[in-house]
Design a protein around this ligand. Sequence first.
Ligand SMILES: *[C@@H]1O[C@H](CO)[C@@H](O)[C@H](O)[C@H]1NC(C)=O
Ligand SMILES: *[C@@H]1O[C@H](CO)[C@@H](O)[C@H](O)[C@H]1NC(C)=O
Ligand SMILES: *[C@@H]1O[C@H](CO)[C@@H](O)[C@H](O)[C@H]1NC(C)=O
Ligand SMILES: *[C@@H]1O[C@H](CO)[C@@H](O)[C@H](O)[C@H]1NC(C)=O
Length: 330
Amino acid sequence: MSKTTTLLLFLFFTLLLLTTSLSKDLCHKDDKNALLKIEKSLNSPHNNIISWDPKDDCCTWFSVKCGDNHRVTSLVITYQQISAQIPPEVGDLPYLQTLIFRKLSNLTGPIPPTIAKLKYLRFLRLSWTNLTGPVPGFLGQLKDLEYIDLSYNDLSGSIPSSLALLPKLGYLELSRNKLTGTIPESFGSFPAELPYLILSHNQLSGSIPKSLGNVDFNQIDFSRNKLTGDASMLFGANKTTFSIDLSRNMFQFDLTRVEISESVGVLDLNHNGITGSIPVQWTEHSLQILNISYNRLCGRIPTGGSLQRFDSYTYFHNKCLCGAPLDSCK
Ligand SMILES: *[C@@H]1O[C@H](CO)[C@@H](O)[C@H](O)[C@H]1NC(C)=O
Ligand SMILES: *[C@@H]1O[C@H](CO)[C@@H](O)[C@H](O)[C@H]1NC(C)=O
Ligand SMILES: *[C@@H]1O[C@H](CO)[C@@H](O)[C@H](O)[C@H]1NC(C)=O
Ligand SMILES: *[C@@H]1O[C@H](CO)[C@@H](O)[C@H](O)[C@H]1NC(C)=O
């Protein structure tokens, strides 16, 4: 053989070796095994909802994504006719950063404790499913969590105060469940800024912790609960809050000296027991949505800003509010 042929042969085999090793199963075999078990639990005997070909690299499977290390980093299962529980084997994907089960109305049972093993988890969304049981306290151990959405389920029990330990949490939504108890005292001291706190449509009760006044939320939604007492600490001229919805609770506080900030665009306080009158300071800012109906407010609606742009449905059913757009004051 000539030198050139040897070299060419050598190159050929090196290339062959390289391509076969590349085309070879790139996903980690432990991840693949876990995923195959997950597939088995989600499929019913007569309905193959998920069909992953075990011969393929699992990083190429539908609903699955891998990182540079060829470990599974994302599992997203949505809009399927799945009748099952969340398979405990999701906890055996140790590099998972994103876990989504969404719009699966026959996904039932609790949030499995094995999720506590997912120490790199950043984004958790289990919503529009029919999960039961508690919001697990172990979520407070998953230090990388930035986003939690457990809305539209049948979760019950109280909100674990351990969630306030999460150093990176920026979004917490637990709305449309059956949660009871109070908003934890710890929620006034999230280590990171917590711009979004959405707890609407539950059965939360008691007064909200004073410490929440220290947080500069972007959006607060506590609507349709049974919360009582003072909520005025959520307001403030120096905050950057855009939307505050406290409607349909039993809040009782005096609105007279409650200042709003320039950033507020949406303010819904309807159906509470709020007393006092509308502060003149509110005319300095331009609200897009305002609803303070069904309270116990009194006095003249201050003239100016956006306050006269709303119709009477913004103000009706109060004790004795008057002036445009309501009837003129006597
Ligand atoms: C959920 O389960 C019920 C009862 O087993 C069935 O009638 C219904 O079609 C299922 N719905 C979906 C969206 O899978
Ligand atoms: C939960 O299940 C009930 C009864 O099967 C169904 O009506 C409801 O839509 C489901 N909830 C969600 C959020 O899918
Ligand atoms: C709001 O900010 C102004 C100007 O920075 C400051 O004088 C005032 O004390 C602040 N008010 C509150 C309630 O923090
Ligand atoms: C304010 O809320 C009340 C009670 O839910 C509702 O009837 C009214 O239409 C709302 N007003 C506006 C302007 O949306």
